[in-house]
Design a protein around this ligand. Sequence first.
Ligand SMILES: Nc1ncnc2c1ncn2[C@@H]1O[C@H](COP(=O)(O)OP(=O)(O)OP(=O)(O)O)[C@@H](O)[C@H]1O
Length: 320
Amino acid sequence: MDKSFNISIFYIYLMSIEVSNLVKTFGKVVALEDISFKISSPGCYGILGPNGAGKTTLFKIMSTLIKPTNGSVRINDYDVFKDREKALKNTAFLVGTPEPYDYLTVKEFIEFAAKLRGKKVDVKSLKEELDLPDLRSRCGVLSKGQKRRVYLAALLAQDPQILVLDEPTDGLDPIEIYVIKNIIKKLKKEKIVVFSSHILSEVQELCDYIIIIKRRLLWQGSKEKLMRMFSPKSLRIEFLYPIFIEEIKNLIGDISTNIEQVEDSNRTFIVHYSGNDNDRQKILERLIKLGIRSFTDNTSTLEESYIRLLERFDKVINYD
Ligand SMILES: Nc1ncnc2c1ncn2[C@@H]1O[C@H](COP(=O)(O)OP(=O)(O)OP(=O)(O)O)[C@@H](O)[C@H]1O
């Protein structure tokens, strides 16, 4: 068997993050309550949750910045507190707003980061990839977005297997966001990228797997499954002639979960249904009697599924 193939299997096999029964309290505030999940293959993993849900607390524990009240985090099968050096050797964190050292030049800072991990770095190719500022500039004079890119470049220079990025695009301009998104898309093919952002279109674009926390773990699973389970499907139907909503209700009221009239139109309606293909077919067969001009399947967004999931859990979980 090809030797490089063997090595790459071994490399992938080693990558893992295992969070077990994690609890963190700050006095009376319970930030994390019994969180467990395991990540063990390359991809982009979105950690989502509303403000104060515990995401940063989780990342801080993973990076050993703070200790948990209970539970453990293992990275590449090493406990991050008991075997810190081995656990974090191939892991890079961008948590909070870390900044490169003011008095080092961009090149010096990136080389310094690589040296810390005993790696050689091609700073010029990183400059191209991340559209970095002049390598001779002192980091202290850079803008916020430039500093973020330089810091990210320094993390990449360490060639980690796992990257934990807490809101890496927060406060950046659209071009900078575009650059960082492209880097993540590239990295996730071979590495584990754990990523958090409040911009759910970004998460939808980048992440394959979603973990939602709100103090407790509310969801873990593929993005597709989340969107399938928490977004009822809908059809946008345009009729040939003006229609009263009651006429539609009379025909499909037993199948549709909700019918909305599109603003300023008495011909276009959004018909929500369970997502079942048979129901979709029945809706169209029955409404054809009213004269359909066109119809499209409305695609739902991750944001809609996320909001729906939180609403559902808020009804059953008492967070007080
Ligand atoms: N050092 C601390 N002392 C006291 N309470 C804290 C501390 N750090 C976090 N908390 C509390 O723990 C909870 C979780 O905060 P955390 O910053 O982890 O949330 P988050 O999901 O990252 O929020 P955001 O999306 O707003 O960044 C909040 O109620 C917060 O007030």
